[in-house]
Design a protein around this ligand. Sequence first.
Ligand code: BEZ
Length: 211
Amino acid sequence: MSLRLSDTAPDFTAETTFGKINFYEWLGNSWGVLFSHPADFTPVCTTELGTVAKLKPEFEKRHVKVIALSVDPVQSHHDWIKDINETQNTVVNFPIIADPVFEVSKLYDLVHPNASDKFTVRSVFVIGPDKKVKLIITYPASTGRNFDELLRVIDSLQLTANYSVATPANWKHGEEVVVVPSIKTEEIPAKFPKGHKVVKPYLRYTPQPNL
Ligand code: BEZ
């Protein structure tokens, strides 16, 4: 069964480059990002892991812990990390799961046999503090992920978890948001005292409420 949005993220215990980790214990009350890679010593993945290492302060600012996964053994990960640090001019500062027998990969539906039965697909999951899956994106092996987009979605998820708003197309932190349809227009002034703009009865803008 494949994982879907709002499903509970499967728990697991796995060998990682930071030692054995129980996923739920490691997450604690944080948000989590789990991202998978086709294999070690591959070019796109090398750039992705370097990019995430550089963005770690941005994830931490949002109380998000990041963990990578690839099906190679842990010693291979350690050897690869040396290359990543050297070529991407960074220090990989988050754990990489070693999943040689596909235990975690199967839980997260990361083996798509028509793509490959040997390698995991390039997927990313955002998991909330309630351990529910908030976002799933699967990319082609040939396309590196945009981690700024991932941070943007996390900003939206964290905002919309606390306020009755949604974020419009291409929204970025600090921009106007839309009021969700369940809020009546006459209720908006009390809920959103910074002001609002009614463009259509169903399209109501308000400044980002948590700033
Ligand atoms: C990569 O991560 O670089 C990659 C993996 C599989 C196919 C193509 C590129």
